[in-house]
Design a protein around this ligand. Structure first.
Ligand code: BTN
Length: 271
């Protein structure tokens, strides 16, 4: 029987005023992002956290599934109303991924990196990801849902996730011991609030986010909606677009896609 998250313990460790003002916990749900969106459409205020021990239709970026055996991971969504225009919303994802990296690092002692646009890495393997979905009316942002999946005690010998073993990892795998989820989640939500309020006050996550970018100043291959593109990853701009210098010297702003290091002949690459 999968272990359920204890809401009492989580609440006792939370020091926030906005994030987690309401926490909705589901032992099992389709997708926490969908629940948060239904609340947003119904006019719910920001700060609600939708949390689940299992998702039956968890999703990742670019139509991928997000898999996590029940009771092993942290799966949650935040409903927010940031004072940003729709084209600035990657800043929100950056602020949240930074908060995620900082809090997990502080709690576990592991060194974590970020991969554009929204992956959290440990030992160069994916340990978490963010799926931000927006409600837009004309030019106006109505709401943002930030969905976060973090592999905490995920065991890659479980048959449904065994195929991910070579590209993903979990905190427990990195630490060599299980990690308590409630105190970790409280740490994450506390840090998310600090970074979110700073963002609302005009702070730009660009500099600190770039400092954690694992592909910074490296030759990468981008797989995007229009095919593959190779270039030198120079960083990101204020709004989180990847700045890629092409062989002919032009710098292009990339808004969507997946990045991997360009394989050097004879050398394996993990990311
Ligand atoms: C990615 O790396 O592709 C993003 C993964 C985001 C997964 C989380 S789990 C909680 C929330 N609900 C979902 O259905 N997806 C996000």
């Amino acid at each position: 029987m999968a272990k359920k998250l204890c809401m009492q313990e989580l609440r006792a460790r939370l020091h926030t005023t906005v994030i987690g003002n309401r926490i909705l916990y589901y032992p099992s749900v389709g997708s926490t992002n969908d629940v948060a969106r239904t609340l947003a459409v119904a006019g719910a205020p920001e700060g609600i956290v939708v949390l689940a021990d299992e998702q039956t239709a968890g999703r990742g970026r670019r139509g991928r599934r997000w898999l996590a055996p029940a009771g092993t991971c942290l799966l949650f969504s935040l409903l927010l109303h940031p004072p940003l225009a729709p084209h600035q919303c990657q800043r929100l994802t950056m602020a949240c991924s930074l908060a995620l990296a900082e809090s997990v690092e502080r709690y576990t002692g592991l060194a974590l990196g970020l991969k554009w646009p929204n992956d959290l890495l440990a030992s160069n393997n994916k340990v978490g990801g963010i799926l931000t979905e927006l409600g837009i009316q004309g030019e106006r942002l109505e709401y943002a849902i930030v969905g976060i999946g973090l592999n905490v005690n995920l065991d890659f010998t479980a048959p449904e996730v065994a195929f991910l073993r070579d590209q993903a990892t979990s905190l427990a795998q990195e630490m060599g011991a299980p990690v308590a989820r409630e105190p970790l989640l409280a740490c994450i939500l506390n840090r998310l609030e600090a970074r979110y309020l700073a963002l609302c006050d005009g702070w730009s996550p660009r500099q600190e986010w770039t400092a954690r970018l694992v592909t910074l100043n490296q030759q990468v291959v981008l797989s995007g909606p229009g095919g593959e593109l190779e270039g030198w990853a120079e960083g990101v701009d204020q709004d989180g677009a990847l700045l890629l210098r092409l062989e002919d010297g032009r710098v292009v702003r990339v808004l969507a896609g997946d990045v991997r290091l360009r394989p050097v002949e004879g050398q394996p690459t993990a990311i």
